[in-house]
Design a binder for this molecule. Structure first.
Ligand SMILES: O=C(O)CCC(=O)C(=O)O
Ligand SMILES: [Fe+2]
Length: 331
C-alpha cells in the first residue's frame, strides 16, 4: 500500500475499512486524462474583463481560470495553511471542535446541500473530509480555541472577497445574456454564499480513486481555490482534462442554476477530483439563487432552487445519484 503513513490518526477511521475495489473509478471514467498539453482551460483576466471571451468560455467549457482576481496572495496562503492545521487535528477533535455554524463532515459520495454525506443507497464513500460554513453565519461561531478563531477570521475575510468577486462575475455574465437587472439580487443570493473546504486523502495514483465523483454543481457559480497537488478534472469532448494547479489563479465554474438562467447557452461543467499521492486541500465557494425565486428559462419548466434541491435529495435517496436539470425539462 503506497498511502502516506503520516498523521493517519487525523483521518476518519472508515477510510481504512473500505475495500480497494469499491473505490476505483468506473469504465466510463477511465479515459486517460491528457495532462502534458499546454493548459487548455480558457483564462480570464478580471482586470481586463472581455465580455466575448468570458461568454465563449462559459458556452464551450462552463469553466475558466481566473487571474488578476484581486484576492490578496498572502490571505489565500494563510487560509490554506490554517486549514491544513485544522485538518491535521485528530479526527475526534475535529468532530468535537467543529460544530454549527462551521461543521465537519467526511465522505462525499452524495452530499446534502449542507455538505453532509448521505449514506443511504450509496455504496461508495469517497475518501475526503470537509468543512462546511455559510458565510453570513461565521460571526456566530463561538470558540476559545485560538486555532479555530484564527481559522474563522481568515475565512471570514476571504469570504468577503469571494462575495464581491462572484457578484462582479455574475454581473458581467448577466449583461452578456441580457438577463433583467432586477433579477440580479434574487438570482445570486448573498445569503446563500457558502464554503466547502476539503482535504483529500493521499493514495496511490494508479488506483484512480475519486475524492469527488463526476458531477455538476447545483449552484449559480462556484469558485475553487486549489493547492498545488492537482486532481481536479473537467469532462470535455469525451475525455477528462486536468485542471492543473497554477499559483494565484482560481477556477470558476458555471452551475446548473446558471445553465437554466442562460437557457442552456452556458453549460454547467461536469467535473471530478481524483485523489493524489499527497493530501490535497481546496477552498470552494458556492452561491445559489434565493430559495423561492422562480428561475425563468425557455428550456425548463418554471422551478425554484428549493424545488431543485428537494428533487436532488429525493433522487439521491431513491436512485443513489443526482439527475439534475433533466428532471425539469418540459414533457
Ligand atoms: O475540490 C475541488 O477542487 C472541487 C470540489 C467540487 O467540485 C465540489 O465541491 O463541488
Ligand atoms: Fe463541484
Amino acid at each position: 500500500m503506497s498511502e502516506q503513513k503520516q498523521d493517519l490518526s487525523s483521518y476518519p477511521p472508515f477510510f481504512f475499512q473500505q475495500s480497494e475495489s469499491v473505490r476505483t473509478v468506473e469504465p466510463k471514467d477511465s479515459i486517460p486524462p491528457i495532462s502534458d498539453e499546454p493548459d487548455p482551460l480558457p483564462c480570464i483576466d478580471l482586470q481586463h474583463l472581455n465580455p466575448e471571451e468570458i461568454g465563449k468560455a462559459c458556452r464551450n467549457w462552463g469553466m475558466f481560470r481566473l487571474v488578476n482576481h484581486g484576492i490578496p496572495i498572502e490571505l489565500g496562503t494563510q487560509l490554506q495553511e490554517q486549514l491544513m492545521k485544522v485538518f491535521s487535528l485528530p479526527f475526534e477533535d475535529k468532530q468535537a471542535g467543529l460544530q454549527s455554524p462551521i461543521t465537519y463532515f467526511w465522505g462525499t459520495a452524495a452530499l446534502t446541500p449542507s455538505g453532509v454525506a448521505l449514506r443511504e443507497k450509496v455504496q461508495k464513500v469517497n475518501r475526503i473530509e470537509g468543512i462546511y460554513a455559510r458565510l453570513h453565519l461565521l460571526p456566530q461561531m463561538t470558540t476559545d480555541d485560538p486555532m479555530f478563531i484564527s481559522f474563522r477570521n481568515l475565512l471570514e475575510e476571504y469570504g468577503k472577497h469571494m462575495a464581491e468577486l462572484i457578484r462582479c462575475l455574475f454581473e458581467a455574465l448577466r449583461k452578456n445574456l441580457g438577463i433583467d437587472p432586477a433579477l440580479s439580487k434574487p438570482y445570486l443570493s448573498e445569503y446563500h454564499g457558502l464554503f466547502r473546504l476539503y482535504r483529500y486523502f493521499p493514495c496511490s495514483e494508479s488506483s484512480k480513486e475519486e475524492g469527488i465523483s463526476a458531477h455538476t454543481d447545483s449552484t449559480v457559480l462556484s469558485i475553487v481555490n486549489q493547492d498545488q497537488v492537482g486532481g481536479l478534472q473537467v469532462f470535455k469532448d469525451d475525455r477528462w482534462i486536468e485542471i492543473r494547479p497554477i499559483p494565484n489563479t482560481l477556477v470558476v465554474n458555471i452551475g446548473d442554476m446558471f445553465q437554466a438562467m442562460s437557457n442552456d447557452e452556458y453549460k454547467s461543467a461536469e467535473h471530478r477530483v481524483l485523489n493524489k499521492q499527497e493530501a490535497r486541500i481546496s477552498i470552494c465557494y458556492f452561491v445559489h439563487p434565493e430559495d423561492d425565486v422562480v428561475i425563468q428559462s425557455t428550456k425548463y419548466k418554471p422551478f425554484t432552487y428549493k424545488d431543485f434541491r428537494a428533487q436532488v435529495q429525493e433522487d439521491i435517496k431513491t436512485i443513489g445519484t443526482k439527475v439534475g436539470l433533466q428532471r425539469f425539462k418540459p414533457t
